[in-house]
Design a protein around this ligand. Sequence first.
Ligand code: GDP
Ligand code: MG
Length: 372
Amino acid sequence: YESLSVAELAKKLHREPSEIIKKLFMLGVMATINQELDKDAIELICADYGVEVEEEVRVDITDLDAYFEQNEENEQSMEERPPVVTIMGHVDHGKTTLLDSIRHTKVTAGEAGGITQHIGAYQVDINGKKITFLDTPGHAAFTTMRARGASITDLAIIVVAADDGVMPQTVEAINHAKAAEVPIIVAVNKMDKPSANPDRVMQELTEHGLVPEDWGGDTIFVPISALKGEGIDTLLEMILLVSEVAELKANPNRSAIGTVIEAQLDKGRGSVATLLVQDGTLRVGDPIVVGHAYGRVRAMVNDIGRRVKEAGPATPVEITGINEVPQAGDRFVVFEDEKTARQVGESRAMTAIQASRSEKQRVTLDNLFEQM
Ligand code: GDP
Ligand code: MG
């Protein structure tokens, strides 16, 4: 404690204030009951009672983002990590079909008998190299998470149907990706259709600054048919190529930090959250703060529904064991011990309650003005 009044200190020590005043007097300090004591005086009194002064936790409890920023690493502990990819594009241009197609052709073939549990993200393995796909609607991932300054994607695939061309949500997707400063790969979809016109797509995208390599630009265009599974391998190769250039790295040997992809309340399991580990390794038993929730990781399930004990960088994993349902885009941080996690979690929850209270008050005042 930086400072406490005599009365406050007495209360903490379960003593009468008069006794503290007396002790201070013996130590040559004249004090009244409301007098503020500095750190040295507090320590002196505590030492006299044989009580150790606990250092208060000094973590930035209101801002997990700030905690992220502090996340400086030395180069030596960094290792290559998989890219995190979001698929975006206009409605009906084939995002879901593409995600399904990639998953069915590539999800760790043979495992779990092809039955995949939906956890909002999945990983594929291409000759030993992994790619993480966010299986949430790309726009939601970008808008809610971007709005909070929490960018989690390394690469955006913009799907454009070759028979339909650039549409409003295509442009929106491009703008989101540009704002997030992530590289874009264009997947020109529905190439199996007789009415497919890829040249028109390229022409239209050029107007939005996406110029194909063949035309002297630096944007990769991959013609595909998500429905027929054609061009998917090339698309995956291009993703790996672009991410190699980006030199994505993380340190698997630190405590985990990351972002919430999805979360909901499960009748049997309580709060369930899909987390994307962005740095470090998350383990069962880790004390964790997730947004305004906290707890200990009770169980973890991977993208194919298997129980796992740990999850490294760029791995999506579903966890249970936290006391509340967090929101998509919330940050999570693992702490050394559960006590710290609880303190940070509770403080964050309090801050949120206070913020919503003062918001309510402000609204009430506004209403008052309106009535006048
Ligand atoms: P989303 O809204 O972007 O997720 O689009 P969907 O994946 O739901 O696809 C919309 C429709 O387009 C569905 O009827 C798909 O079967 C169809 N579709 C998607 N990809 C292809 C493709 O490569 N070729 C053809 N012919 N149809 C496709
Ligand atoms: Mg869809």
